[in-house]
Design a protein around this ligand. Structure first.
Ligand code: GDP
Length: 302
């Protein structure tokens, strides 16, 4: 239900266009595919992904000898799920294990919804019975620490912080010590997202990661890149930059509720091969959903 609600904009635009297309064309022909291609590209699915999808659709239509456009619609959903799930299947589960300190590092540029996502995930984990601690690693952006604290209070979890401008690696060190001492299940770490100086930002992330690695073997257990779905191809290029600089294990795609171009989920999966683990579907505490390709695709057409 949440998925369906959050995808209203994309569904209204994308599914309406597909339905209209299916209604206008009785028979599957070259023009039909061309129009379908345009619809998919306008939904930010990404050119490469669209080309692959159209090719596969054509093959499938031929193989099954499909004449009717209505039947093609079902094949489109099937193929979208297949593209998303890839060969090894979907891995949206977090790498969290009982009996150890799990550390999740959040990266991404300012304004994408990093702090909000940390708050929402803290709430989700807490409601699963896990103890959670937050690390205010964005010491650069004015107000970032306060904002994280507001979320901490709202959700009922503590925040480890230092003053604005302090060394994020030192904050991380403190946070890991505190998490160990309190035997916390999950430590969620915020980081700075300024992109004005990319080299410095990536260096800072490396340093933060090194501190975590030194203190806890195998950590960080997840590096989640937060991307704003409403920024379309810009989000794709951020994904490329961050994944080149650090080992991104999963993506959180926020503000899916605010865009009609929800196809970006598929573009990320097929062009970068990084699983989307969560999607943000609003500004409230409960508006975070673990990503599920089937629910997503069927949510688009339902
Ligand atoms: P940060 O700079 O990356 O930490 O970004 P914030 O967490 O401060 O979020 C920036 C803005 O986006 C805030 O106004 C949030 O309420 C809003 N936001 C975050 N996630 C979502 C979402 O999934 N949907 C919507 N509609 N807004 C969101």
């Amino acid at each position: 239900e949440k998925f369906k609600e959050g995808l209203t904009k994309t569904r209204d635009s994308f599914a309406t266009k597909v339905n209209d297309l299916v209604a206008r064309y009785r028979k599957v022909d070259e023009d039909f595919f061309e129009e379908l291609e345009e619809i998919l590209i306008s939904a930010d699915v990404g050119v490469t992904t669209v080309m692959d999808l159209i090719d596969e659709l054509k093959t499938e239509v031929k193989r099954r000898n499909i004449q009717d456009t209505e039947e093609v619609r079902a094949v489109i959903s099937e193929k979208l799920v297949e593209i998303y799930e890839g060969e090894e299947g979907q891995k949206s589960e977090l790498n969290i294990e009982d009996g150890r300190l799990n550390i999740i590092l959040f990266v991404g540029v300012n304004g994408v919804g990093k702090t909000t996502t940390i708050g929402k995930l803290a709430h989700m984990l807490k409601s699963e019975g896990k103890s959670v601690l937050l690390a205010a690693g964005d010491t650069f952006r004015a107000g970032a620490i306060d904002q994280l604290e507001v979320w901490g209070e709202r959700v009922g979890v503590d925040v480890i912080k230092q003053s604005e401008g302090s060394d994020p690696a030192a904050v991380m060190f403190d946070a890991v010590q505190a998490a160990k001492a309190r035997k916390v299940d999950v430590l969620l770490c915020d980081t700075a997202g300024r992109l004005q100086n990319k080299v410095n930002l990536m260096k800072e992330l490396e340093k933060v990661k090194r501190v975590i690695e030194r203190e806890v073997p195998d950590a960080p257990h997840e590096v989640l890149l937060v991307l704003d779905a409403t920024t379309g191809q810009n989000a794709m290029s951020q994904a490329k930059q961050f994944s080149e600089a650090t080992n991104v294990s999963g993506i959180v795609l926020t503000k899916l509720d605010g865009t009609a171009k929800g196809g970006i989920v598929l573009a990320i999966r097929s062009e970068l091969d990084i699983p989307v683990k969560f999607v943000g579907l609003g500004e409230k505490m409960d508006d975070l959903q673990q990503f599920n390709a089937e629910q997503y695709v069927y949510g688009l057409f339902a």
